[in-house]
Design a protein around this ligand. Structure first.
Ligand SMILES: Cc1ncc(COP(=O)(O)O)c(C=O)c1O
Length: 427
C-alpha cells in the first residue's frame, strides 16, 4: 500500500527547527564533526519528553502492577494510558494492544501460540524481503510439520513478486507473514492486497510494520490485518515492542502463560513484569508525534488526527530529501543501488537506501563515514534472506543510509560530499 500521494500538497511544511529542538542527542559531535543520524532504521533518537517520562516514572511511581496503594495504582493507570496511546497510533482499541520487550520476542510468542493450532502439512507463506524476525519464528514451526513457502522478489527494483505471492497462498495456507516496508531496501509492500489474498484463502496475516512505522500512518482496521507488530524505538520512543492483534484472535488463541497471570486480553499475552519505565516513554513518544501534527496544523481535532497530520508532513519532508539523496548517490562513480530509484515511484518506498560502491566494502564505507560523524549501517541488518537472494551476503551486504524526519537538507549535502570524497577523485 503506497504512502499517500501528493494529495496533501496543502499540508504546511515541517517546522524543522522545532523538530530538532525536541531531540537533545542531535546536538552531539564526533571528533569535531556534527553527529548526523542516518541510522534511524536501526533505531531513532528520542525527544526530551520521552527521556523525562522515563525518569519521572522511576522517580515518582516505580512499582509493580495490581497493588492496593498509590504508586501501583499510578502504574496501572500509566500502562492503560500507554495502551490508549498506541491504540490511537495503530487505529485500534486499547485491549488489542500487547506490550513486549521487542518485536522479535512478541513474534516468537505469538507464532508459538499459532503453532499450537497447526496440523502437519499446513502452510505458512513468508517473503524474501522480510527481516528475519518475521521469518525465523515461523520457519521454526517446521518442527511441528508446517510447510514454509517463500515469496520471491523482483530483483531489479526489490519489490515483492505479487504474482508469486498469489500462487504461493493456497487453501493450505494458515498464515501469511509479510513486512509493511523493507528495513534494508525501503520497499513499501501492498499490505492491503497481501491481507486480502490471505483472507481469500482463510489464512491469517501477520504484518511486520517495524520499518514503516516512523514514516507513515498505520490503520490496522483499514488494512484488516490480523496481527501487526512494531517497535517503539524505531519511531522516536523507548526500546519496546508492540503487537496489535484482532480481539477475536487474542481471545481465541491460547497463549503460553503462567497460571497466576490473568486470562483476560491483552494482559494474558504479556509475560512477567513489563518494563514500566519504558512504557511511560511510549505515551510520550506518541504525544510527541501528535504535538508535531498540532504544530503543523493547530485545527486537528484529536490525537489520532494530529498524528495523521504529522505523518503527512513527515512524508513530504522525507520525500523531498530522498530525491536529493537518491540523485546524489546515483551520480557517484561505481554505485549500485538496490531498490526503487525512480522518483515517480517514491510513494512505494521509504527513505532507506541500500547501495554498494565498486572497490569499497560496505563496512569500509560505514567506517569512513562514521569517522566523519555520519552514522550509517553496513551488512544485512537481519534481512538475511534478501542479502542471500541478491548474492551480497558473502561480501558485506549493503551500505544503508536511513533518513528520518529530523534530518536536514544540509546533512544530505554533507553526506554526499563526504561520499564523493571517499569514493570519487578525493578518495
Ligand atoms: C523490519 C524489521 N522487523 C523486525 C525488526 C526486529 O525488531 P526488534 O528489534 O524490536 O525485535 C527490525 C529491527 O531492526 C526491523 O527493522
Amino acid at each position: 500500500m503506497p504512502l499517500p500521494a501528493a494529495q496533501h500538497e496543502t499540508t504546511p511544511a515541517l517546522d524543522l527547527a522545532w523538530v530538532r529542538s525536541q531531540f537533545p542527542s542531535l546536538a552531539q559531535t564526533v571528533k569535531g564533526h556534527p553527529a548526523t543520524f542516518l541510522d534511524g532504521p536501526g533505531g531513532t533518537q528520542v525527544p526530551q519528553r520521552v527521556i523525562d517520562a522515563i525518569s519521572d516514572y522511576l522517580k515518582h511511581n516505580n512499582a509493580n502492577t495490581g497493588g492496593a496503594y498509590a504508586t501501583s495504582r499510578h502504574t496501572d493507570a500509566m500502562i492503560a494510558a500507554a495502551r490508549a496511546a498506541m491504540a490511537d497510533f495503530l487505529g485500534c482499541d486499547a485491549d488489542e494492544v500487547v506490550f513486549g520487550p521487542n518485536m522479535t520476542t512478541l513474534t516468537y510468542a505469538m507464532s508459538r501460540s499459532i503453532g499450537r493450532e497447526l496440523s502437519p502439512g499446513d502452510e505458512i507463506v513468508l517473503t524474501h524481503l522480510d527481516h528475519d524476525a518475521n521469518i525465523s519464528p515461523w520457519q521454526d514451526l517446521e518442527e511441528r510439520g508446517a510447510v514454509i513457502r517463500m515469496v520471491d522478489i523482483h530483483e531489479d527494483d526489490c519489490t515483492l513478486d505479487m504474482e508469486d505471492m498469489a500462487l504461493k497462498i493456497t487453501n493450505r495456507t494458515r498464515v501469511v507473514a509479510a513486512g509493511y516496508a523493507s528495513n534494508a531496501v525501503g520497499t513499501i509492500n501492498d499490505v492491503k492486497e497481501i491481507v486480502r489474498l490471505a483472507h481469500e484463502h482463510g489464512a491469517m496475516s501477520y504484518i511486520d510494520a517495524v520499518h514503516y512505522a516512523p514514516h507513515g500512518p498505520i490503520d490496522v482496521r483499514a488494512l484488516d490485518c490480523d496481527f501487526l507488530a512494531c517497535s517503539t524505538y524505531k519511531f522516536f520512543g523507548p526500546h519496546m515492542g508492540v503487537l496489535y492483534g484482532k480481539r477475536e484472535h487474542l481471545q481465541r488463541l491460547r497463549p503460553y502463560k503462567v497460571r497466576a497471570n490473568t486470562n483476560a486480553i491483552p494482559n494474558c499475552w504479556e509475560w512477567g513484569t513489563l518494563n514500566h519505565e519504558l512504557i511511560a516513554g511510549i505515551t510520550a513518544c506518541v504525544d510527541y508525534l501528535a504535538d508535531l501534527g498540532q504544530h503543523v496544523d493547530s485545527s486537528v481535532s484529536n490525537r489520532r488526527q494530529a498524528m495523521l497530520t504529522a505523518f503527512e508532513a513527515i512524508h513530504r519532508h522525507e520525500r523531498a530529501f530522498m530525491e536529493k539523496l537518491m540523485s546524489g548517490v546515483l551520480a557517484l562513480p561505481g554505485v549500485k543501488l538496490y531498490g526503487i530509484s525512480d522518483p515517480k515511484r517514491f510513494d512505494q518506498r521509504c527513505p532507506t537506501i541500500a547501495l554498494r560502491i565498486k572497490g569499497h566494502t560496505p563496512l569500509e564505507l560505514a567506517t569512513r563515514l562514521g569517522e566523519r560523524g555520519f552514522f550509517t549501517w553496513d551488512g544485512n541488518y537481519y534481512a538475511l534472506n534478501l542479502t542471500q537472494r541478491l548474492d551480497v551476503e558473502k561480501d558485506g551486504g549493503f551500505l544503508r543510509i536511513g533518513l528520518a524526519h529530523y534530518n536536514t537538507a544540509e546533512e544530505v549535502e554533507r553526506l554526499l560530499a563526504a561520499l564523493d570524497e571517499i569514493v570519487g577523485s578525493g578518495g
